[in-house]
Design a protein around this ligand. Structure first.
Ligand code: SF4
Length: 281
């Protein structure tokens, strides 16, 4: 186990984690909301350092990133754990439980990527902030070796860890799950504003694309989505937006999003943004 970054001691042997906006106060022997950071003897440890649930090569477009190193392959790694609790989670097997993993060091990941001839490494499948220390160590090393780093993230991370990571991140795909704080609270156990902050900050330092999963009876609301498009365009009208169609998963079983609605929303989004793509249709 590796000692975690970004925490401080609190009262009675407790620890306050500062990696994400939940700011969990974690008692001795307990884990935070994400389940992957544990207080042992007044120190915070990451439980999944180098424990990888998936290693594979994907087209970069699968992340999805359409305007970053197009037509290249990326060496993709994922671990497990998530700091949001979306009831429609599309990756719940690794987000919400401990899957089978293989142990790898950052050096091995960089060597593998070089051996495979992929020009980038992607931290993906589960939330990269959940294996932050491993992502940080690997990304730093990869950068030294001339490789690019990509993060596919829910954007639910505190500013300091994000700032620390950004010099090594070349591209991010950030989920914007809804443009309503109540929806983040009700369906994902999170809040909207930290995600907006992440998008604003990240796109000043790196290539950013945004994905919105359009979920039946959760955010398939024209008024809400138009507000989202307008806000994103005000940040930067050239940010590519991926509108992705939802399918029933995990604890949410509403019908898949209507394709006609997806097409209509793409047209609406194109009134404000220069690059809009549909996914899963
Ligand atoms: S990273 Fe995990 S332990 Fe830390 S604040 Fe977020 S949910 Fe809590």
């Amino acid at each position: 186990m590796k000692e975690a970054l970004f925490y401080e001691k609190a009262a009675n042997q407790s620890i306050k984690c500062r990696l994400c906006p939940h700011h969990c106060v974690i008692g001795e022997g307990k884990v935070g909301l994400c389940g992957v950071r544990e207080n042992q003897g007044g120190k915070l440890y990451t439980l999944n350092y180098g424990k990888l649930s998936a290693l594979q090569i994907d087209p970069i477009e699968k992340k999805p990133l359409y305007s970053f190193m197009p037509n290249t392959q990326t060496f993709s790694v994922g671990s497990y754990g998530c700091n949001l609790g979306c009831i429609f989670c599309q990756n719940f097997r690794i987000a919400k439980s401990v899957p089978e993993t293989v142990a790898k060091e950052p050096e091995e990941i960089v060597l593998l990527a070089e051996k495979m001839g992929t020009p980038s490494i992607s931290y993906t499948y589960n939330e990269p902030a959940m294996f932050y220390e491993f992502v940080y160590d690997t990304a730093k090393l990869a950068k030294q070796q001339g490789l690019k780093n990509v993060m596919v993230t829910n954007g639910y991370i505190e500013k300091e860890p994000l700032q620390t990571l950004m010099p090594y991140m070349d591209a991010l795909n950030i989920d914007l799950k809804s443009f309503r704080n109540e929806t983040y609270q009700k369906y994902c156990n999170g809040h909207l504003s930290p995600v907006m902050d992440t998008i604003r900050f990240a796109c000043r330092h790196s290539h950013v694309e945004v994905t919105t999963l359009v979920v039946t009876e959760m955010n398939d609301d024209e008024e809400e989505l138009v507000e989202l498009f307008q806000w994103l365009a005000a940040v930067d009208e050239n940010i590519p937006l991926h509108l992705s169609r939802y399918f029933p998963r995990y604890r949410y079983d509403k019908e898949p999003t209507e394709v006609s609605f997806m097409q209509k929303m793409k047209q609406e989004a194109e009134r404000f943004l220069n690059h809009v793509f549909l996914g899963n249709v």
